[in-house]
Design a protein around this ligand. Structure first.
Ligand code: 3NM
Length: 205
């Protein structure tokens, strides 16, 4: 898996009417180095159409492209990987389908992180660190304590997620995270490039 540090997830409810491709291109220009298509409401066909376009964009900029939930869509557009949750297909089964593509798994507890390593996940999501309105079935914030636990024990890459903003990201980095993932703070920003550049500066300190 190519190294990454600033991971942006689509969230069209925050795009303020802007085109999905424009929003994600701005993010990439600002320094986002991993993109995930996450769409819990559109039809499979619509998700596929969006994935196809994002795949072209991410190839153009050489940025890894991950599809949330839809393993079939990920394969159809030759995405770099999939991101799944605790209630999805077990990692071992997903692995049979996607082969050596990236598999990311959301985790909310150290037990889930340990299980993810055992099952062969390529990276884990660690969150939600702070309260967030971007995920409906979200659990209570795990706080930066969970980051510290993961840093101490888990040897695969992890990305901190959930309610991360420019004003609180320092706490996340101080806890030991080296990769951060966001929806609203990036795709909902007025000046997406500038916000991403500020995150990149903080990450490179
Ligand atoms: N997964 P925002 S939190 C998609 O904890 C997602 O696994 C989470 O959006 C997890 O940056 C989350 O707007 C929402 O808070 C992230």
């Amino acid at each position: 898996m190519k190294e990454f540090q600033l991971y942006a997830i689509t969230g069209e409810e925050f795009h303020q009417g802007r085109d999905l491709m424009d929003v994600m291109e701005e993010a990439i220009k600002g320094g986002v180095d991993m993109i995930q298509l996450r769409d819990k409401t559109s039809s499979k066909k619509e998700v596929f159409e969006k994935a196809k376009k994002l795949r072209q964009l991410t190839w153009q900029y050489n940025v890894p492209f991950i599809v949330n939930d839809h393993i079939d869509v990920a394969l159809a557009v030759d995405a770099d990987g999939i991101h799944i949750g605790q209630d999805d297909l077990p990692i071992e089964e997903a692995r049979k389908i996607v082969g050596d593509k990236i598999i990311g798994l959301s985790t909310h507890h150290i037990e889930e992180a340990r299980a993810a390593v055992k099952a062969g996940a390529d990276y884990i999501g660690v969150g939600p660190i702070f309260p967030t309105k971007s995920k409906v079935d979200v659990v209570d914030p795990v706080t930066t304590e969970y980051i510290k636990q993961v840093v101490a024990e888990i040897k695969i890459p992890f990305v901190a997620i959930g309610g991360i903003k420019l004003h609180n990201v320092d706490q996340v980095l101080e806890a030991g995270a080296t990769r951060i993932c966001m929806i609203s703070e990036i795709v909902g920003a007025e000046d997406i490039q500038s916000v991403c550049q500020q995150f990149v500066r903080k990450l490179s300190k």
